[in-house]
Each structure stands twice: as structure tokens, then as C-alpha cells.
Design a protein around this ligand. Sequence first.
Ligand SMILES: [Zn+2]
Length: 505
Amino acid sequence: MQEKRDLAVPSIPGETYRARALRHLVLCSGLIVAALVVNNFIFNPANIGRQDCGHLEQREPLCPQLDALDPSNPIWRTVGELISTDAFKERAVDWLAGAVQIPTEIYDDVTEIDDHRWDSFRRFHEYLLEAFPLVHSSLKLTKVNSYGLLYEWTGADLSLKPVLLAAHQDVVPVEPQTVADWTYPPFSGHFDGTRIWGRGSSDDKSGLIGLLSAIESMLELGFSPERTLVLSFGCDEEASGHFGARELGKAMLDIYGRNSFAFIVDEGGGFSEEYGTTFATPGVAEKGYLDLRIDVASLGGHSSVPPSHTTIGMLSRILVELEENPFPVEMSTESVLYGTLKCYASHGKTMPLDLRKAIVDSTRSKKALKHLGDILFTDPTNVALVGSTQAIDIVQGGVKSNALPEQAYAVVNHRISTLSSLAEVIEHDTKTIKGVAERFNLTFISFGETISDPGVPGAFGSLVLSDAYNSSLPPLRRRRHQGHTRDPMSSFREQFKRHTTLIEG
Ligand SMILES: [Zn+2]
């Protein structure tokens, strides 16, 4: 019988087959148990980062955790008891429902601070004054640019950097024709016993009212802070924050100076369930932003005698070129996603073993890091999270079917990787487009710099790259190594230094 010859253990002279088979079984079971133990140890989330082939405890944990802070102040317990009472719950519902009932809608086309559409914010301020009397008698309030609210709860120890807590007063407008589709009217603040309904009930009046409710309650209990607390409430977060956050930022810079806060808490991701574990997911970085405008212009004329390429044709070629040359993406140990994945691998209970292994291995070699990237970047969401992106969102050109279009333009929206910069994105676009400019004999100007100029009258037309709405933002993240540069500035980037200093400054 074939099986008898295949037993893994060597035979002992005089041993019966049955005894040898038993020994084989015991050995195999032992190996399986050992394999399970080793496997469990390696892939037990709690052990990751601590095991390394006989060098236990020498490696850094994959996702180091701090011990929980235990507030020693007795008010912690008193407040805890207070907020679990029905009376407090009722009061909290009233506070938030009252705030939701004031329609602080913000519109993209509000360009003046004396626009009548700000009136609801004035009513909202009156509501806050009435609802939180102790906040308004104990904290300093500065109204910034009329509708931005800046409160200071001055602490006893002025040597401590203040904490900044932020929220926004505005909500996105309700389309009048959709009001009937709402389960409860959008500004009803209706409480159904579980939820409060209406615009702003979760974005972001819950945050704003939550902060003021907590402070009002703590003031009632006689609490005064050791560290100064600053509350900053913008009035147009849903419309880019030009009237609110930007002005509040300037005001805080004037009052507190640069790098003056211990930390900032604003609305954000909060918590998420990943791989069977709840993770806190604070925002630790922000991708940069650029709306690239591409203008192509050339001589007009009659469609009966057209040139080989119109502005629309040339613009189309440029857009195709951009889409065929997306930003390269690679997994880097510096990327925010990588840090997040290490925490998922370390603490996510149900992460598939092969993914967990790929993450653990990636900490040991560049090859394994690249392999992890190969796995992750099959999902376009991960590509977008790590890399710089481009999306052609607007294209315009031509007015008449028998007239050659003298102008055509497109806007390409870029979200810039936290590991990249505005300069790199502009450099990428300029290089990608340059060949098309030459092919069509266009004078090419990128962000004020002449890249190629075939010379007038040789030029067939012009191609200009610019910031569509002057709304670009550099990516923001805390660098692990200060003064760190990823590669030497190319001569091209030097060329754009002046421009980006203007933008990033
Ligand atoms: Zn919000």
C-alpha cells in the first residue's frame, strides 16, 4: 500500500506498522500545534512588531499606543454623572434642536458681508447668547468679520499653550423643491426619541452645540480651566471658509501668534470600524489642491477653410495626454495610508492573514514594501489616497458651428499627495503638456513662465496654464524629519520656485 511507504517518520527496527503510524500521527499533531502556536504568535495583532526571529521586544511596535489619560479632577466624575441623567438629555436635545431650527444656510455666490442672506447668522448668535448665558458671561467673545465667533476661556496657567476647539455654524442650503422629500422638515429640529432631524444636526451644529453645552455645564459646576481654551466657529465652512475660517485664522494669528496651540480639535472622521476593531481616525494630514486652467487660443476664421487643428482639437489632445500620464504612485513608509495600515494590522482583529503578513513584511524590506503597494493599488481609492490625482471637470470652447473657436479652456482638478507639492504637480503637468505645445507650434506659458516660444509669427497660437480660481493649497502634514527634502530641486522646479513661493507663502 502506497500510504505505508509515505509515513514521514523513519522506521525503528522491529517496530510494527501500527506503532510507526501512531508515532507519525503524534509527530504530525505536534507539528500542527507548533505551527498554530507560531502562526498565532506571529499573526496575533498584539504581538506584531514585537516578534522578529529571536529578537523579541527589539523592534518598534507597528502601532505604538499611549496609556489612556485619567483626568484626576473630580469634576470628571461629576460631569459624567450629570450627562447621564434624563434631565440633561432633555436639555441637550433642546439646545441642539433650537440651533437646527435657525437656517444658517451658506451659498457659494455670497460675495459680500452685507448680503441679506447672513441675517440668519445674526439670529443664530442671539440664540446662542440666550441658550448659553454662563458661556457668554464668563468667556471672552470676539466677532470676527461680523459672523465668525471666537471665544476664549482663559486658563489659570498662561504658560500653557491653549487648545483650539473648532466647529462651523453654517449648513448647506436645502433645495426648495426637495423639502417635501424630507421625513421631517429640514429646519424642524424634530426629536423622534432617538435622533434630532434637520440640516446641521450632525454637520456641524452637533459639534458647536456639544462644545457650548459642555462648557455651560462645567461653568455651572464651578469649573475653571488650567489651560486656556479657544473656540473658533466659522460661518461659511461649506463654501470654502473665505468669510469665516480665513478671517478667524488671521485673527488668531494676531492674538496668539504662530504655532501657538497645543492641539486643535475640529470636525472630522471621528471613529471607524475596520477589520472588526473600532479605530479613532483623527485627521493628521491634508492633501493639497490645485484647479489647473488650460487655455488654448488661436486665430479664428470660417469653418469652410479650417486649419488641421482647432483650439478644441488641440485642447482635446492635451487632455488625452494628461489622462494617459497620471501621476505615478508608490507605497512609501512616509505616507499617511501606510501608518494607518500598520495600525490596522496591529489591532484589527479580522484582517486577512495574507494582507497582515504583507504589511508586517513591508517594514523589513523595500521589495516587500513595493509588494504591499502592488496589492493595495489594485484599488483606485488607495491610489487616490496616496498619490496626486487629476480629474478633468470643466471643458468649454466654441460658440457656433460655422465659426472656428478662437478660444477653448479646461479645468483640471488636482488633489496633491501629502508627499508631493504644488511645484511637483505644476512640473508634472507642464512636462506632460510641453510635447503637445511643440507639436502644434504654440507659445507655451506655464504659471507665468515661458516654456516654449516658437516666435511670432511662427506661433500658431498660445497655450497658457494657470491657477483657475487662485484657490491652490499646498499639502499639509507634519514631517517626521524637519528640513527633509525628498530629492534635489530639478532645474525645472527652480524655474517655478518664484511662483510656488507666491502660492505656498
Ligand atoms: Zn462640516
